[in-house]
Ligand binder design. Structure first.
Ligand code: HGY
Ligand code: MN
Ligand code: MN
Length: 415
């Protein structure tokens, strides 16, 4: 295997450079999809990829592909990438690390004047997070044929703005049909966003798959009335119903410990006034488990909880399962390439299942796919304090480059 290594300092500098785009006062990033900050980082990324000699195309979902020719243009490209959008209080590494490692690989191969057999494509997928527009992994989902483009275009954020209009507003509603070209393989590098690798002092996580998840939207309809003059027995307090469902949903995960998780992350109270009994509460529920059958049991228990509380309180509760994603197993050959690369590089590594969702979940439906993790400090992510060590950041990019070369050599040798 050629002795190719990324320039870790250059990679780190690009991560810190992009961290200024949508920077928050507390050292994090707020770069919600299709906002001006997202446009800013996209423009930067396109310029840098073009400066690295790549041909850049943008598809109708705003996915960005930076293509580096290979010796054999008849081969489908090996794709490497992730996402540039963040959570409202996101960190410097979630998503962007995988995209910038792709850019660093383009630069490293240019420096080494090394040409792969297959073309390479560095990809940035639109709206992985699903924070502003739900469902998540939206544009990789359209690419994989999971969602229709027009379904995505019609999605509205909580302020009523439409995805398709916002995509056009930032200038990234490309003409190329989404999903129109085949990928030979897809590798995604990401921070773990959990505590396992750091706890075990591992450098690389060979991500064998992603757990199953289901999202719900709950609307409780009570009755607004005066906080002071309404006796307790006459109240239809939507907030109390919400609170009891939140507590019971937390218990559903504890019932399936240690692997089950449940989260209520978004709550909207109306009218949201100190001295008005809430008439309506909208909130979201995120349930996950590595085993699809256990997740289904958790979902059944959750629905029993909701119906029970609604009946007890005599208050209407509407529940919508707005998105589900079954567990995913990644491709054994791609995983073998990751293990071979990590082994050649002498990095401690172990197999791991991802607790977080990633674009690789949907791309795995249309191309052989694997992921690579590196540790992050205390496993903290979706948090402005998200941190990764420079040597892990470099190691992950080297492992990604190594896996691409192993896979490319196998293509060349007709394996
Ligand atoms: O929610 C997730 O798992 C991912 O970070 N979008
Ligand atoms: Mn991510
Ligand atoms: Mn994320």
């Amino acid at each position: 295997m050629p002795n190719l290594r990324v320039n870790g300092e250059r990679l780190w500098a690009t991560i810190m450079e992009t961290a200024k785009m949508g920077a928050t006062a507390r050292g994090g990033i707020c770069r919600l999809t299709l906002t001006d900050a997202d446009r800013q980082v996209r423009n930067w990324f396109v310029r840098e990829c073009q400066a690295a000699g790549s041909a850049v195309t943008v598809d109708e979902m705003g996915n960005i592909f930076a293509r580096r020719p290979g010796k054999d243009s008849s081969l489908p490209p090996i794709a490497i990438g992730s996402h540039l959008d963040t959570q409202p209080t996101g960190g410097k590494f979630d998503g962007v690390y995988g995209v910038l490692s792709g850019l660093e690989i383009l630069r490293t191969l240019n420096d080494a004047d090394y040409t792969t057999s297959a073309p390479l494509e560095v990809v940035s997928w639109t709206n992985e997070e699903g924070s502003r527009f739900t469902p998540p992994m939206l544009a990789s989902g359209v690419f994989a044929g999971v969602f229709e483009r027009d379904f995505a275009y019609a999605l509205e954020d909580r302020g009523g703005r439409k995805f398709g209009e916002e995509l056009g507003r930032i200038g990234y509603r490309g003409r190329v049909k989404c999903g129109d070209h085949k990928l030979g393989a897809y590798f995604e590098l990401h921070i773990e966003q959990g505590p396992v690798l750091e706890t075990e002092n591992q450098t690389i996580g060979v991500v064998t798959g992603v757990q199953s998840q289901s999202w719900y939207e709950v609307t409780v309809t009570g009755r607004e009335s005066h906080a002071g003059s309404t006796p307790m027995h006459l109240r239809q307090d939507a907030m109390v119903v919400c609170a009891r469902i939140v507590e019971a949903t937390h218990q559903v995960a504890l019932n399936h410990a240690p692997l089950a998780v449940s989260t209520v992350g978004l709550v909207e109270v109306r009218p949201n006034s100190r001295n008005v009994i809430p008439g309506s509460v909208f909130f979201t529920v995120d349930l996950r488990h590595p085993d699809d059958a256990v997740l289904r049991r958790m979902e059944e228990e959750f629905k029993v909880v909701v119906n029970g509380v609604a009946a007890d309180m005599g208050i209407k509760v509407a529940v919508v399962n707005n998105w589900s994603s079954p567990s995913v197993k990644f491709d054994e050959d791609c995983l073998g390439a990751v293990r071979a690369a990590a082994g050649d590089l002498g990095y401690r590594h172990r197999d791991i299942v991802s607790g977080a969702g990633h674009d690789a979940v949907y791309i795995a439906r249309v191309a052989p796919t694997a992921m690579i993790f590196v540790p992050c400090e205390h496993g903290i992510s979706h948090n402005e304090e998200e941190k990764a060590e420079p040597e892990h950041v470099t190691a992950g990019a080297n492992a990604l480059l190594g896996a691409v070369i192993v896979h490319d050599n196998a293509l060349r040798d007709g394996a």
